[in-house]
Design a protein around this ligand. Structure first.
Ligand code: HEM
Length: 418
């Protein structure tokens, strides 16, 4: 197998943070938001307004919890405030209206688990959780991640130069998650393109795969979904409907194909910008894990998640009315000096403490161990196979861009060809 079928031009279009596919989340923002977030946090942990408005960007942007023009918005910038909200789903709900099972249909149909709460959420999440536990990391590695990573490196290892953001970082997660759904490489980019624009197209691609796995299950994620049984309050077990499978699939495809790309690019960029740190990691691979965790703290790819406030409350000095949207600026929380010394410094030797990059509480990222596995396998392969890996001094250096989806621009590198 090769990666010939990956159309590079299309990849560049789909995975350009400043391109049309990402403009709604503020892909053009190229400032450094952290000084403003520090100032805001010093003035008070919680402020009226959205994160982008408070950062000086008045345009309408779209992300989880945005836009909701008819509701009051608040944003939290301290670690404690964000943590408290993540841990209190009764007051800080994951959807604007309570998500209840439709008793008529007997299923949740198009609602994804990201917006569910309570028992409902536990049931749905419990269906796929076993596939995402650390103990299952080997299943992902052996079935999809390792092969993808090495095929991609094969594509440029003989050239002495490469662009790592799109040709490497973007390709790994999209091929891993579509591979786990039994979708051939030729269709992986159709899925990615349709994620923001045309869900029906994805359903059209998934329909024959779901039918095939219902007839004959295989060792993949879509087979797990078609065989999964949801037990209702009365203890009656039922298979998921096709609609529920598509909803699950859309969430997993979206969450699994866009985030790790940017986080891996940020990690690689942070290391390439610090050749001594890169060298230390190359020499002692035990440092790769702290390097990945430090990047998740220092620059998480999704800086904000939202919650909907279910009752009038007093929260960290602000009166918040029922119905308000609370934006949790996890990126600011991850640099809260109350929790981390010299928080703006990228320091892979700092004591390991949990961060909010993957959220917290009951909705904590389901795919975090897969994401870590992809980043570990990807960066290890680069360090093993590309001696002398360094930024290309004659090309435009990578920089970090994006408001609600942050990541690196192109990462042009040189290396020695054996
Ligand atoms: C570095 C990469 C990633 C980051 C930074 C990230 C971040 C997050 C965060 C912050 C949440 C919580 C959202 C909330 O509380 O409202 C979340 C949820 C979720 N993530 Fe990730 N994610 C990443 C990769 C992945 C991957 C690779 C997958 C799947 C293969 C995935 C699947 C999910 C799912 C299904 C949820 C919803 C969980 C629930 O509602 O219970 N994520 N992610």
């Amino acid at each position: 197998m090769t990666t010939e079928s990956l159309d590079r031009v299309r990849m560049r279009e789909l995975f350009d943070l400043r391109g049309s596919y990402n403009e709604l989340t503020g892909g053009h923002y190229d400032g450094d938001p952290y000084p403003t977030w520090h100032r805001l946090r010093e003035e008070g942990p919680v402020h009226p307004g959205t994160v982008h408005e408070l950062t000086g960007r008045p345009e309408t942007l779209y992300f989880q919890g945005l836009p909701f023009p008819d509701r009051p918005h608040f944003s939290a910038f301290s670690y404690d405030a964000c943590m408290e909200a993540f841990r209190d789903p009764a007051v800080f709900a994951s959807s604007p209206e309570a998500v209840d099972a439709d008793p008529e249909a007997g299923s949740l149909g198009h609602q994804s688990m990201l917006s569910m709460g309570g028992v409902q959420h536990r049931r749905y999440r419990g269906l796929v959780q076993p596939s995402f536990l650390p103990s299952n990391a080997e299943w992902w590695m052996k079935n999809w991640i390792e092969e993808t990573v090495h095929l991609l490196v094969d594509g440029f290892a003989g050239d002495g130069h490469a662009e790592l953001n799109v040709d490497f970082c973007a390709a790994i997660p999209v091929l891993t998650i579509t591979g786990s759904f039994g979708i051939p490489m030729e269709q992986a980019l159709d899925i990615r393109a349709a994620l923001t624009r045309d869900h029906q197209k994805i359903i059209d691609i998934l329909t024959p795969v779901v039918a095939a796995r219902r007839a004959e299950p295989r060792d993949d994620l879509i087979s797990i979904l078609v065989q999964a049984e949801l037990t209702d309050e009365a203890g009656v077990a039922q298979r998921l409907t096709d609609e529920e499978i598509y909803t699950f699939s859309l969430l997993l495809l979206a969450a699994g194909s866009g985030t790790t790309w940017k986080q891996m690019g940020t990690t690689i960029t942070a290391l390439l910008q610090r050749p001594d740190v890169l060298n230390a990691v190359r020499e002692d691979r035990k440092l790769l894990r702290p390097a990945i965790e430090e990047t998740l703290r220092w620059m998480p790819t999704d800086p904000m998640f939202s919650r909907w406030v279910t009752e009038d409350i007093e929260f960290h000095g602000q009166r918040i009315p029922k119905g308000a949207v609370m934006h949790l600026c996890v990126a600011a929380a991850n640099r809260d000096p109350a929790r981390w010394d010299s928080p703006d410094e990228f320091d892979i030797m700092r004591p390991l403490k949990s961060t909010l990059a993957f959220g917290q509480g009951s909705h904590i990222c389901l795919g975090m161990h897969v994401a870590r596995g992809e980043m570990t396998a990807g960066i290890n392969a680069l360090l093993d196979r590309l001696p002398g890996l360094r930024l290309d001094p004659d090309a435009e250096p990578p920089s970090f861009v994006g408001m609600y989806e942050r990541g690196a621009t192109a990462i042009p590198v040189l290396f020695d060809v054996k």
